[in-house]
Design a protein around this ligand. Structure first.
Ligand code: SAM
Length: 206
């Protein structure tokens, strides 16, 4: 299979990558590696990694074909700090033990927790709580309900379409995510409004 056959494309990444990058450039510290959970096609990783040349960008996805896509994008990526993708499924116990915890300063999950069962959010928070040290950063991006209500008709329609595809999926309630994170010493530090009614959430490890 050549590179073109392995590469997958998610058109939304081209729309959201620049606004996400602008947030990441503000919140990512100058040192420490960056672990990306649910990297999907790898387009984000390939776009973001060159902006953080002194840090390793570690992509991951549990889907084998997506890991092949990440590898294909990686081959065309400028710079040399994008690592090979790891097979990480955050619903598996102790997924965090695959990593050398001391090196991870930031963990990123873009469009994961609404397109997976709630158990993925639970597993994500538990592992992130163990992997990050004090001051470490968790970055989440996606749509959220607030106080149980949708913030835009488009998010409500999206939520319905997700639940139609899989009843365990759905736009999460911000307050539930924040409460779960706190159980693992991850404290919401900042909420940033993003285009298309999405939010960037920045958590700091106590
Ligand atoms: C909507 S895609 C988002 C991909 C990418 N972050 C983006 O924004 O284009 C959701 C991704 O979550 C991954 N995923 C689903 N369940 C997961 C789990 N339990 N642990 C880690 N990743 C998971 C899927 O394989 C898929 O790549």
């Amino acid at each position: 299979m050549d590179n073109r056959d392995r590469k997958q494309y998610a058109p939304a990444t081209e729309r959201n990558r620049q606004p996400i990058l602008e947030v990441l450039q503000k919140v990512i510290p100058k040192e420490g590696n960056i672990l990306e959970i649910a990297s999907g096609t790898g387009e984000h990783a390939c776009f973001f990694a060159p902006y953080f040349p002194n840090q390793q960008w570690i992509p991951s996805d549990p889907d084998r074909l997506l890991r092949l896509s990440i590898e294909a994008w990686r081959e065309d990526c400028t710079g040399n700090n994008l690592q090979l993708p790891l097979d990480i499924n955050v619903t598996l116990p102790d997924w965090d033990e695959k990593l050398d915890d001391s090196a991870i300063a930031v963990i990123i999950a873009i469009n994961l927790i609404h397109i997976s069962p709630w158990s993925a959010c639970q597993g994500l928070m538990k592992g992130v709580g163990k992997l990050l040290h004090s001051g470490g950063i968790l970055y989440l991006y996606g749509p959220y309900k607030q106080k149980g209500k949708h913030t835009a008709p488009s998010n409500e329609a999206f939520d319905q379409s997700l639940q139609f595809r899989n009843p365990a999926w759905g736009v999460r309630n911000l307050e539930d995510v924040v409460e779960l994170a706190e159980k693992y010493q991850l404290i919401l530090h900042q909420i940033i409004s993003m285009p298309a009614n999405n939010l960037s959430l920045i958590f700091h490890h106590l």
